[in-house]
Design a protein around this ligand. Structure first.
Ligand code: FAD
Length: 507
Protein backbone atom coordinates (compact mmCIF):
# COMPACT_ATOMS: atom_id res chain seq x y z
CA UNK A 1 0.00 0.00 0.00
CA UNK A 2 1.26 3.49 -0.88
CA UNK A 3 2.27 5.57 2.20
CA UNK A 4 1.43 8.87 0.45
CA UNK A 5 -2.18 7.86 -0.29
CA UNK A 6 -5.08 9.03 1.89
CA UNK A 7 -5.57 6.30 4.50
CA UNK A 8 -8.81 5.61 6.30
CA UNK A 9 -7.24 5.22 9.73
CA UNK A 10 -3.91 6.27 11.24
CA UNK A 11 -3.03 4.56 14.54
CA UNK A 12 -0.47 5.95 16.98
CA UNK A 13 1.02 3.14 19.09
CA UNK A 14 2.15 -0.43 18.44
CA UNK A 15 1.08 -1.94 21.77
CA UNK A 16 -1.67 -4.52 22.11
CA UNK A 17 -4.46 -2.00 21.63
CA UNK A 18 -3.00 -0.28 18.56
CA UNK A 19 -2.12 -3.60 16.89
CA UNK A 20 -5.45 -5.21 17.83
CA UNK A 21 -7.36 -2.28 16.32
CA UNK A 22 -5.15 -2.33 13.20
CA UNK A 23 -5.86 -6.03 12.69
CA UNK A 24 -9.61 -5.74 13.16
CA UNK A 25 -9.85 -2.65 10.92
CA UNK A 26 -7.66 -4.08 8.14
CA UNK A 27 -9.72 -7.28 8.20
CA UNK A 28 -12.89 -5.22 7.61
CA UNK A 29 -11.39 -3.53 4.57
CA UNK A 30 -10.22 -0.17 5.96
CA UNK A 31 -6.82 1.08 4.86
CA UNK A 32 -4.66 1.37 7.98
CA UNK A 33 -1.32 2.99 8.81
CA UNK A 34 0.19 2.29 12.24
CA UNK A 35 3.27 4.04 13.64
CA UNK A 36 5.19 2.80 16.68
CA UNK A 37 8.04 4.99 17.93
CA UNK A 38 10.09 2.10 19.28
CA UNK A 39 9.65 -1.67 18.90
CA UNK A 40 6.24 -3.38 18.90
CA UNK A 41 5.20 -4.05 22.53
CA UNK A 42 8.11 -2.00 23.86
CA UNK A 43 5.69 -0.02 26.08
CA UNK A 44 3.31 -1.52 28.63
CA UNK A 45 2.35 -4.50 26.51
CA UNK A 46 5.48 -6.54 27.25
CA UNK A 47 5.56 -5.64 30.94
CA UNK A 48 2.34 -7.24 32.16
CA UNK A 49 1.82 -10.19 34.54
CA UNK A 50 0.82 -12.08 31.36
CA UNK A 51 -2.54 -13.27 32.58
CA UNK A 52 -5.64 -13.68 30.47
CA UNK A 53 -7.90 -13.25 33.44
CA UNK A 54 -11.21 -11.91 34.59
CA UNK A 55 -9.47 -10.23 37.51
CA UNK A 56 -10.75 -11.86 40.68
CA UNK A 57 -9.62 -8.82 42.68
CA UNK A 58 -11.70 -6.42 40.58
CA UNK A 59 -14.88 -8.02 41.94
CA UNK A 60 -14.10 -6.26 45.22
CA UNK A 61 -14.49 -2.97 43.34
CA UNK A 62 -17.76 -4.10 41.69
CA UNK A 63 -16.23 -4.02 38.20
CA UNK A 64 -18.76 -6.58 36.96
CA UNK A 65 -18.86 -5.35 33.34
CA UNK A 66 -15.11 -5.59 32.98
CA UNK A 67 -14.81 -8.93 34.81
CA UNK A 68 -17.57 -10.51 32.74
CA UNK A 69 -16.12 -9.31 29.44
CA UNK A 70 -12.62 -10.44 30.46
CA UNK A 71 -13.82 -13.86 31.67
CA UNK A 72 -15.63 -14.44 28.37
CA UNK A 73 -12.47 -13.55 26.45
CA UNK A 74 -10.40 -16.28 28.11
CA UNK A 75 -11.66 -19.12 25.94
CA UNK A 76 -12.04 -16.96 22.81
CA UNK A 77 -8.36 -15.95 22.97
CA UNK A 78 -7.16 -19.45 23.89
CA UNK A 79 -8.75 -20.84 20.69
CA UNK A 80 -7.43 -17.91 18.68
CA UNK A 81 -3.79 -18.50 19.61
CA UNK A 82 -3.28 -21.82 21.44
CA UNK A 83 0.50 -21.59 20.92
CA UNK A 84 0.92 -18.41 22.99
CA UNK A 85 -2.19 -18.60 25.20
CA UNK A 86 -3.11 -21.53 27.42
CA UNK A 87 -5.10 -22.29 30.56
CA UNK A 88 -3.47 -22.14 33.95
CA UNK A 89 -4.74 -23.21 37.37
CA UNK A 90 -4.21 -20.82 40.28
CA UNK A 91 -3.88 -21.87 43.92
CA UNK A 92 -5.22 -19.29 46.35
CA UNK A 93 -4.29 -20.24 49.93
CA UNK A 94 -6.69 -19.25 52.66
CA UNK A 95 -4.76 -17.14 55.19
CA UNK A 96 -6.11 -16.56 58.67
CA UNK A 97 -6.76 -12.90 59.46
CA UNK A 98 -7.08 -11.91 55.78
CA UNK A 99 -10.17 -12.31 53.53
CA UNK A 100 -12.52 -14.88 55.15
CA UNK A 101 -13.02 -18.24 53.41
CA UNK A 102 -16.71 -17.50 52.67
CA UNK A 103 -15.69 -14.34 50.80
CA UNK A 104 -13.12 -16.18 48.68
CA UNK A 105 -15.68 -18.90 47.95
CA UNK A 106 -18.30 -16.33 46.94
CA UNK A 107 -15.84 -14.46 44.69
CA UNK A 108 -14.81 -17.70 43.01
CA UNK A 109 -18.44 -18.79 42.61
CA UNK A 110 -19.13 -15.55 40.73
CA UNK A 111 -15.90 -16.00 38.79
CA UNK A 112 -16.96 -19.50 37.69
CA UNK A 113 -20.44 -18.40 36.62
CA UNK A 114 -20.20 -14.84 35.30
CA UNK A 115 -18.32 -15.47 32.10
CA UNK A 116 -19.54 -18.28 29.81
CA UNK A 117 -16.92 -20.83 30.93
CA UNK A 118 -17.17 -23.97 28.77
CA UNK A 119 -13.72 -25.55 28.55
CA UNK A 120 -11.92 -24.30 31.65
CA UNK A 121 -12.41 -26.48 34.76
CA UNK A 122 -14.26 -24.96 37.75
CA UNK A 123 -12.98 -24.03 41.21
CA UNK A 124 -12.17 -26.74 43.75
CA UNK A 125 -11.03 -26.75 47.36
CA UNK A 126 -7.59 -28.15 48.23
CA UNK A 127 -6.33 -29.75 51.41
CA UNK A 128 -2.81 -28.32 51.35
CA UNK A 129 -1.54 -30.97 53.80
CA UNK A 130 -2.12 -33.56 51.04
CA UNK A 131 -2.00 -31.66 47.78
CA UNK A 132 1.46 -31.20 46.15
CA UNK A 133 0.66 -27.46 45.88
CA UNK A 134 1.10 -27.28 49.68
CA UNK A 135 4.66 -28.64 49.57
CA UNK A 136 6.66 -25.46 48.82
CA UNK A 137 4.52 -23.40 51.21
CA UNK A 138 4.66 -22.94 54.97
CA UNK A 139 2.60 -25.58 56.82
CA UNK A 140 0.29 -22.94 58.33
CA UNK A 141 -1.55 -22.77 54.98
CA UNK A 142 -3.80 -25.79 55.33
CA UNK A 143 -6.56 -24.90 52.94
CA UNK A 144 -6.66 -23.36 49.46
CA UNK A 145 -8.93 -22.80 46.48
CA UNK A 146 -7.86 -23.73 42.97
CA UNK A 147 -9.42 -21.88 40.02
CA UNK A 148 -8.87 -21.33 36.29
CA UNK A 149 -7.51 -18.42 34.29
CA UNK A 150 -5.17 -18.14 31.31
CA UNK A 151 -1.55 -17.36 30.49
CA UNK A 152 -0.38 -15.27 27.53
CA UNK A 153 2.94 -14.45 25.98
CA UNK A 154 2.05 -10.74 25.93
CA UNK A 155 4.76 -9.39 23.61
CA UNK A 156 4.12 -12.13 21.06
CA UNK A 157 0.39 -11.42 21.12
CA UNK A 158 1.24 -7.91 19.96
CA UNK A 159 3.64 -9.06 17.22
CA UNK A 160 1.12 -11.60 15.91
CA UNK A 161 -1.67 -9.02 15.77
CA UNK A 162 0.68 -6.72 13.84
CA UNK A 163 1.69 -9.58 11.51
CA UNK A 164 -1.93 -10.44 10.78
CA UNK A 165 -2.85 -6.77 10.29
CA UNK A 166 -0.01 -6.44 7.76
CA UNK A 167 -1.06 -9.67 6.02
CA UNK A 168 -4.47 -8.02 5.61
CA UNK A 169 -2.99 -4.89 4.07
CA UNK A 170 -2.12 -2.58 7.00
CA UNK A 171 1.13 -0.61 6.90
CA UNK A 172 3.04 -1.16 10.15
CA UNK A 173 6.01 1.14 10.76
CA UNK A 174 8.15 0.59 13.82
CA UNK A 175 10.89 2.94 15.08
CA UNK A 176 8.63 5.69 13.68
CA UNK A 177 7.54 8.47 15.98
CA UNK A 178 4.55 10.69 15.32
CA UNK A 179 5.84 14.20 15.97
CA UNK A 180 2.87 16.26 14.82
CA UNK A 181 -0.79 15.76 14.01
CA UNK A 182 -2.51 18.58 12.11
CA UNK A 183 -6.21 18.51 11.67
CA UNK A 184 -8.33 19.89 8.84
CA UNK A 185 -11.99 19.57 7.96
CA UNK A 186 -11.82 16.12 6.49
CA UNK A 187 -8.44 14.63 7.28
CA UNK A 188 -5.38 14.54 9.50
CA UNK A 189 -1.82 15.23 8.34
CA UNK A 190 0.64 13.33 10.48
CA UNK A 191 4.34 14.07 10.57
CA UNK A 192 6.32 10.93 11.27
CA UNK A 193 10.02 10.53 11.86
CA UNK A 194 12.14 7.42 11.38
CA UNK A 195 14.01 7.13 14.68
CA UNK A 196 17.06 5.50 13.05
CA UNK A 197 17.58 7.60 9.92
CA UNK A 198 15.84 10.78 11.24
CA UNK A 199 14.00 10.97 7.88
CA UNK A 200 10.69 12.84 8.10
CA UNK A 201 7.54 12.05 6.13
CA UNK A 202 3.91 13.14 6.14
CA UNK A 203 0.96 10.80 5.97
CA UNK A 204 -2.73 11.65 5.58
CA UNK A 205 -5.67 9.85 7.09
CA UNK A 206 -9.40 10.46 7.53
CA UNK A 207 -9.44 9.36 11.16
CA UNK A 208 -6.85 9.23 13.93
CA UNK A 209 -6.69 6.60 16.68
CA UNK A 210 -4.59 7.56 19.68
CA UNK A 211 -3.54 4.23 21.22
CA UNK A 212 -0.34 5.54 22.79
CA UNK A 213 -0.94 3.75 26.13
CA UNK A 214 0.78 5.65 28.95
CA UNK A 215 1.74 8.35 26.41
CA UNK A 216 -1.89 8.96 25.42
CA UNK A 217 -2.08 12.34 27.18
CA UNK A 218 1.41 13.32 25.96
CA UNK A 219 0.26 12.65 22.41
CA UNK A 220 -2.89 14.70 22.98
CA UNK A 221 -0.91 17.59 24.44
CA UNK A 222 2.29 17.56 22.40
CA UNK A 223 1.30 16.09 19.09
CA UNK A 224 -2.34 17.06 18.70
CA UNK A 225 -2.04 20.36 20.61
CA UNK A 226 -4.59 19.62 23.35
CA UNK A 227 -2.75 21.26 26.20
CA UNK A 228 -3.29 20.16 29.77
CA UNK A 229 -4.92 16.85 28.77
CA UNK A 230 -5.31 14.63 31.82
CA UNK A 231 -7.27 11.47 31.24
CA UNK A 232 -5.07 8.69 32.51
CA UNK A 233 -3.55 7.91 35.84
CA UNK A 234 -0.11 6.38 35.41
CA UNK A 235 0.37 3.45 37.76
CA UNK A 236 3.70 1.63 37.65
CA UNK A 237 4.05 -2.08 38.32
CA UNK A 238 7.12 -4.28 38.63
CA UNK A 239 7.96 -7.99 38.59
CA UNK A 240 10.91 -10.07 39.71
CA UNK A 241 12.03 -13.32 38.08
CA UNK A 242 13.81 -15.81 40.36
CA UNK A 243 15.16 -19.35 39.90
CA UNK A 244 12.23 -21.71 40.11
CA UNK A 245 10.67 -21.94 43.57
CA UNK A 246 8.43 -24.95 42.85
CA UNK A 247 7.89 -27.72 40.27
CA UNK A 248 4.10 -27.67 40.17
CA UNK A 249 2.59 -26.38 36.88
CA UNK A 250 0.05 -24.35 38.86
CA UNK A 251 0.53 -20.70 39.80
CA UNK A 252 -0.08 -19.14 43.23
CA UNK A 253 -2.28 -16.21 44.12
CA UNK A 254 -1.08 -14.75 47.43
CA UNK A 255 -2.99 -12.21 49.51
CA UNK A 256 -0.88 -9.66 51.34
CA UNK A 257 -1.55 -8.05 54.69
CA UNK A 258 -2.01 -4.63 53.02
CA UNK A 259 -5.01 -5.96 51.08
CA UNK A 260 -3.08 -6.25 47.80
CA UNK A 261 -2.27 -9.52 46.07
CA UNK A 262 0.68 -10.94 44.16
CA UNK A 263 1.13 -13.89 41.82
CA UNK A 264 3.94 -16.47 41.74
CA UNK A 265 3.86 -18.11 38.33
CA UNK A 266 5.92 -20.87 36.67
CA UNK A 267 7.95 -19.05 34.03
CA UNK A 268 10.05 -20.10 31.04
CA UNK A 269 10.74 -23.59 32.39
CA UNK A 270 13.37 -22.83 35.02
CA UNK A 271 12.03 -19.69 36.67
CA UNK A 272 9.25 -18.22 38.83
CA UNK A 273 7.70 -14.86 37.98
CA UNK A 274 6.57 -12.83 41.00
CA UNK A 275 4.49 -9.66 40.81
CA UNK A 276 3.10 -7.14 40.70
CA UNK A 277 3.19 -3.85 42.56
CA UNK A 278 1.01 -0.72 42.15
CA UNK A 279 2.46 2.76 42.62
CA UNK A 280 1.61 6.13 41.14
CA UNK A 281 4.16 6.93 38.47
CA UNK A 282 5.69 10.22 37.33
CA UNK A 283 8.12 10.76 34.47
CA UNK A 284 8.72 9.08 31.12
CA UNK A 285 6.99 5.66 31.03
CA UNK A 286 9.79 4.43 28.78
CA UNK A 287 12.20 4.82 31.72
CA UNK A 288 10.17 2.80 34.28
CA UNK A 289 12.44 0.68 36.49
CA UNK A 290 11.86 -1.41 39.59
CA UNK A 291 12.65 0.45 42.82
CA UNK A 292 14.53 -0.94 45.83
CA UNK A 293 11.28 -0.65 47.79
CA UNK A 294 9.42 -2.77 45.24
CA UNK A 295 12.12 -5.47 45.34
CA UNK A 296 11.85 -5.59 49.14
CA UNK A 297 8.06 -5.63 48.98
CA UNK A 298 7.86 -8.52 46.48
CA UNK A 299 10.51 -10.58 48.30
CA UNK A 300 8.79 -10.05 51.64
CA UNK A 301 5.27 -10.73 50.33
CA UNK A 302 6.29 -14.01 48.64
CA UNK A 303 8.35 -15.06 51.67
CA UNK A 304 5.23 -14.87 53.83
CA UNK A 305 4.07 -17.95 51.92
CA UNK A 306 7.09 -19.93 50.66
CA UNK A 307 8.93 -22.19 53.09
CA UNK A 308 12.20 -21.04 51.57
CA UNK A 309 12.27 -17.25 51.58
CA UNK A 310 12.69 -15.27 48.35
CA UNK A 311 15.93 -13.34 48.64
CA UNK A 312 17.40 -10.54 46.56
CA UNK A 313 20.23 -12.88 45.50
CA UNK A 314 17.67 -15.19 43.86
CA UNK A 315 16.61 -12.51 41.39
CA UNK A 316 17.79 -13.08 37.81
CA UNK A 317 15.73 -10.41 36.03
CA UNK A 318 13.23 -7.68 36.77
CA UNK A 319 10.93 -5.62 34.61
CA UNK A 320 8.63 -2.65 35.09
CA UNK A 321 5.83 -1.07 33.12
CA UNK A 322 3.26 1.67 33.51
CA UNK A 323 -0.50 1.12 33.40
CA UNK A 324 -2.40 3.87 31.59
CA UNK A 325 -5.52 3.66 33.78
CA UNK A 326 -8.52 5.82 33.06
CA UNK A 327 -8.50 8.40 35.84
CA UNK A 328 -11.72 7.86 37.76
CA UNK A 329 -10.49 9.80 40.80
CA UNK A 330 -9.89 6.70 42.99
CA UNK A 331 -7.79 7.50 46.03
CA UNK A 332 -5.43 4.49 45.87
CA UNK A 333 -3.52 3.32 42.78
CA UNK A 334 -4.75 -0.27 43.17
CA UNK A 335 -8.37 0.94 43.30
CA UNK A 336 -8.32 2.89 40.00
CA UNK A 337 -10.59 1.26 37.42
CA UNK A 338 -9.05 -1.30 35.04
CA UNK A 339 -11.88 -0.78 32.56
CA UNK A 340 -11.32 1.14 29.33
CA UNK A 341 -12.89 4.26 27.88
CA UNK A 342 -12.91 5.18 24.19
CA UNK A 343 -13.49 8.87 23.59
CA UNK A 344 -14.25 10.27 20.14
CA UNK A 345 -13.78 13.91 19.36
CA UNK A 346 -14.51 15.88 16.15
CA UNK A 347 -16.22 14.36 13.16
CA UNK A 348 -18.61 17.15 12.14
CA UNK A 349 -16.46 20.09 11.07
CA UNK A 350 -13.06 18.61 11.81
CA UNK A 351 -11.52 15.21 11.20
CA UNK A 352 -12.19 12.77 14.07
CA UNK A 353 -9.81 11.36 16.67
CA UNK A 354 -10.63 8.47 18.97
CA UNK A 355 -8.55 8.08 22.13
CA UNK A 356 -8.01 4.86 24.06
CA UNK A 357 -7.82 5.28 27.84
CA UNK A 358 -7.04 2.19 29.91
CA UNK A 359 -7.65 -1.41 28.82
CA UNK A 360 -6.19 -4.82 29.69
CA UNK A 361 -4.34 -7.26 27.44
CA UNK A 362 -7.25 -9.65 28.14
CA UNK A 363 -9.87 -7.28 26.74
CA UNK A 364 -7.90 -5.95 23.74
CA UNK A 365 -10.01 -7.83 21.17
CA UNK A 366 -13.30 -6.53 22.60
CA UNK A 367 -11.81 -3.04 22.94
CA UNK A 368 -10.91 -3.25 19.24
CA UNK A 369 -14.47 -4.25 18.35
CA UNK A 370 -15.84 -1.32 20.35
CA UNK A 371 -13.34 0.96 18.64
CA UNK A 372 -14.52 -0.27 15.23
CA UNK A 373 -18.11 0.63 16.19
CA UNK A 374 -16.93 4.16 16.89
CA UNK A 375 -14.89 4.26 13.67
CA UNK A 376 -17.98 3.18 11.70
CA UNK A 377 -19.98 6.03 13.22
CA UNK A 378 -17.32 8.46 12.01
CA UNK A 379 -16.25 7.27 8.56
CA UNK A 380 -18.84 4.69 7.57
CA UNK A 381 -19.21 0.95 7.89
CA UNK A 382 -17.12 -1.53 5.90
CA UNK A 383 -17.15 -5.09 7.21
CA UNK A 384 -18.70 -7.13 9.99
CA UNK A 385 -17.04 -8.06 13.31
CA UNK A 386 -14.87 -11.06 12.45
CA UNK A 387 -12.15 -11.63 15.05
CA UNK A 388 -14.10 -13.96 17.40
CA UNK A 389 -13.49 -17.40 15.94
CA UNK A 390 -10.48 -16.25 13.89
CA UNK A 391 -6.92 -17.47 14.49
CA UNK A 392 -3.74 -15.49 14.84
CA UNK A 393 -0.68 -16.42 12.74
CA UNK A 394 0.49 -19.91 13.73
CA UNK A 395 -2.58 -20.50 15.89
CA UNK A 396 -4.47 -22.60 13.34
CA UNK A 397 -4.48 -25.82 15.36
CA UNK A 398 -6.84 -27.29 17.98
CA UNK A 399 -6.84 -25.51 21.35
CA UNK A 400 -5.67 -28.78 22.97
CA UNK A 401 -3.40 -29.79 20.09
CA UNK A 402 -0.07 -28.40 21.26
CA UNK A 403 1.65 -31.76 21.84
CA UNK A 404 0.45 -33.04 18.46
CA UNK A 405 1.94 -29.94 16.82
CA UNK A 406 5.28 -30.55 18.54
CA UNK A 407 5.25 -34.18 17.36
CA UNK A 408 4.50 -33.03 13.81
CA UNK A 409 7.39 -30.57 13.84
CA UNK A 410 9.79 -33.19 15.20
CA UNK A 411 8.73 -35.64 12.53
CA UNK A 412 9.48 -33.10 9.80
CA UNK A 413 12.69 -31.96 11.54
CA UNK A 414 14.03 -34.96 13.51
CA UNK A 415 17.37 -33.23 14.20
CA UNK A 416 15.62 -30.72 16.54
CA UNK A 417 16.02 -31.41 20.24
CA UNK A 418 12.75 -31.90 22.12
CA UNK A 419 13.06 -28.65 24.09
CA UNK A 420 13.93 -26.67 20.97
CA UNK A 421 10.94 -28.04 19.05
CA UNK A 422 8.61 -27.26 21.97
CA UNK A 423 9.93 -23.73 22.20
CA UNK A 424 9.46 -23.12 18.48
CA UNK A 425 5.86 -24.37 18.58
CA UNK A 426 5.18 -22.28 21.70
CA UNK A 427 6.37 -19.14 19.92
CA UNK A 428 5.42 -19.71 16.28
CA UNK A 429 2.77 -22.47 16.31
CA UNK A 430 2.21 -23.89 12.83
CA UNK A 431 4.49 -21.18 11.39
CA UNK A 432 7.49 -22.97 12.94
CA UNK A 433 7.42 -25.06 9.74
CA UNK A 434 7.81 -21.93 7.60
CA UNK A 435 10.53 -20.62 9.91
CA UNK A 436 12.59 -23.79 9.46
CA UNK A 437 11.84 -24.00 5.74
CA UNK A 438 13.89 -26.67 4.00
CA UNK A 439 16.41 -27.11 6.83
CA UNK A 440 17.50 -30.75 7.07
CA UNK A 441 20.07 -30.60 9.84
CA UNK A 442 21.37 -28.35 12.61
CA UNK A 443 23.98 -26.99 10.15
CA UNK A 444 21.15 -25.67 7.99
CA UNK A 445 19.95 -23.50 10.90
CA UNK A 446 22.89 -21.14 10.30
CA UNK A 447 24.98 -19.32 12.84
CA UNK A 448 24.52 -20.40 16.45
CA UNK A 449 24.07 -17.48 18.88
CA UNK A 450 23.80 -19.50 22.10
CA UNK A 451 21.47 -22.06 23.75
CA UNK A 452 18.98 -22.97 21.00
CA UNK A 453 18.97 -19.63 19.13
CA UNK A 454 20.08 -19.86 15.49
CA UNK A 455 20.35 -17.50 12.56
CA UNK A 456 17.32 -19.00 10.82
CA UNK A 457 15.04 -17.84 13.67
CA UNK A 458 16.66 -14.40 13.88
CA UNK A 459 16.25 -13.89 10.13
CA UNK A 460 12.61 -14.97 10.33
CA UNK A 461 11.98 -12.44 13.11
CA UNK A 462 13.66 -9.68 11.12
CA UNK A 463 11.74 -10.51 7.96
CA UNK A 464 8.30 -11.23 9.37
CA UNK A 465 8.08 -9.63 12.81
CA UNK A 466 9.88 -6.27 12.61
CA UNK A 467 12.75 -7.31 14.91
CA UNK A 468 15.71 -4.95 14.46
CA UNK A 469 17.92 -5.31 17.54
CA UNK A 470 19.12 -8.06 19.85
CA UNK A 471 16.81 -6.67 22.53
CA UNK A 472 13.79 -7.11 20.25
CA UNK A 473 14.72 -10.77 19.76
CA UNK A 474 16.01 -11.64 23.23
CA UNK A 475 13.44 -9.87 25.41
CA UNK A 476 10.28 -9.49 23.33
CA UNK A 477 10.00 -12.02 20.45
CA UNK A 478 11.68 -14.67 22.64
CA UNK A 479 12.92 -14.68 26.23
CA UNK A 480 16.31 -16.10 25.29
CA UNK A 481 17.74 -13.07 27.10
CA UNK A 482 17.29 -15.07 30.31
CA UNK A 483 19.82 -17.62 29.08
CA UNK A 484 22.30 -15.95 26.73
CA UNK A 485 25.49 -14.46 28.13
CA UNK A 486 26.34 -10.78 27.71
CA UNK A 487 28.92 -11.65 25.03
CA UNK A 488 26.45 -13.80 23.13
CA UNK A 489 23.87 -10.99 23.23
CA UNK A 490 26.46 -8.55 21.90
CA UNK A 491 27.41 -10.88 19.06
CA UNK A 492 23.74 -11.14 18.13
CA UNK A 493 23.39 -7.37 18.22
CA UNK A 494 26.37 -6.94 15.89
CA UNK A 495 24.99 -9.53 13.49
CA UNK A 496 21.58 -7.84 13.44
CA UNK A 497 23.05 -4.35 13.01
CA UNK A 498 25.08 -5.52 9.98
CA UNK A 499 22.06 -7.31 8.56
CA UNK A 500 19.86 -4.27 9.17
CA UNK A 501 22.42 -2.04 7.41
CA UNK A 502 22.46 -4.40 4.44
CA UNK A 503 18.67 -4.33 4.26
CA UNK A 504 18.41 -0.53 4.51
CA UNK A 505 21.02 -0.14 1.74
CA UNK A 506 19.04 -2.51 -0.46
CA UNK A 507 15.72 -0.63 0.06
P1 FAD B 1 1.32 0.22 25.21
O1 FAD B 1 1.65 -1.20 25.16
O2 FAD B 1 2.14 1.07 26.11
O3 FAD B 1 1.44 0.78 23.73
C1 FAD B 1 1.48 2.16 23.43
C2 FAD B 1 2.58 2.38 22.41
O4 FAD B 1 2.51 3.69 21.89
C3 FAD B 1 3.98 2.22 22.99
O5 FAD B 1 4.62 1.09 22.43
C4 FAD B 1 4.68 3.54 22.64
O6 FAD B 1 6.02 3.36 22.26
C5 FAD B 1 3.81 4.06 21.50
N1 FAD B 1 3.85 5.52 21.33
C6 FAD B 1 3.67 6.46 22.30
N2 FAD B 1 3.79 7.70 21.78
C7 FAD B 1 4.04 7.54 20.44
C8 FAD B 1 4.27 8.44 19.35
N3 FAD B 1 4.28 9.76 19.51
N4 FAD B 1 4.50 7.93 18.11
C9 FAD B 1 4.51 6.57 17.90
N5 FAD B 1 4.31 5.69 18.91
C10 FAD B 1 4.07 6.15 20.15
N6 FAD B 1 -3.36 -6.83 31.49
C11 FAD B 1 -3.84 -8.10 31.45
O7 FAD B 1 -4.80 -8.39 30.73
N7 FAD B 1 -3.30 -9.08 32.23
C12 FAD B 1 -2.29 -8.86 33.08
O8 FAD B 1 -1.80 -9.79 33.73
C13 FAD B 1 -1.79 -7.54 33.18
N8 FAD B 1 -0.80 -7.26 34.06
C14 FAD B 1 -0.26 -6.01 34.09
C15 FAD B 1 0.80 -5.77 34.96
C16 FAD B 1 1.43 -4.54 34.95
C17 FAD B 1 2.54 -4.28 35.89
C18 FAD B 1 1.02 -3.55 34.03
C19 FAD B 1 1.73 -2.27 33.96
C20 FAD B 1 -0.07 -3.77 33.19
C21 FAD B 1 -0.72 -5.01 33.21
N9 FAD B 1 -1.81 -5.29 32.39
C22 FAD B 1 -2.34 -6.54 32.33
C23 FAD B 1 -2.39 -4.23 31.55
C24 FAD B 1 -1.86 -4.24 30.12
O9 FAD B 1 -0.51 -4.58 30.08
C25 FAD B 1 -2.04 -2.86 29.48
O10 FAD B 1 -3.33 -2.39 29.69
C26 FAD B 1 -1.80 -2.90 27.97
O11 FAD B 1 -0.57 -3.51 27.68
C27 FAD B 1 -1.84 -1.48 27.41
O12 FAD B 1 -1.58 -1.58 26.02
P2 FAD B 1 -1.54 -0.29 25.12
O13 FAD B 1 -1.44 -0.76 23.71
O14 FAD B 1 -2.67 0.60 25.45
O15 FAD B 1 -0.23 0.50 25.57
Amino acid sequence: MDASAMHDIFIIGGGINGCGIARDAAGRGYSVFLAEMNDLASGTSSGSTKLIHGGLRYLEYYEFRLVREALMEREVLWKMAPHIIWPMRFVLPYAEGLRPAWMLRLGLFLYDHLGGRKLLPPTRTLDMRRDPAGKPLKPLFRKAFEYSDGWVNDARLVALNARDAADRGAIIRTRTRVTEARRSADHWTLTIQDQRTRAVETVRARLLVNAAGPWVDTVLAGVAGENGAHNVRLVGGSHIVVRKKFDDPRAYFFQNKDGRIIFAIPYEGDFTLIGTTDRDFKGDPGEAKITEGEIDYLCAAASEYFLEPVRREDIVWTYSAVRPLYDDGASKAQEATRDYVLRADGGKDVAPVINVFGGKITTYRRLSEHMLEKIEEQIGKRGQPWTAGSTLPGGDFAHDGFEAEVAKLRKMHPYLEAGHARRLVRLYGTRAQALLGLAKSTQDLGRHFGVDLYEIEVRYLMEHEWAMTAEDVLWRRTKRGLRLTEEQAQALDQFMAAEQGRRTAAE
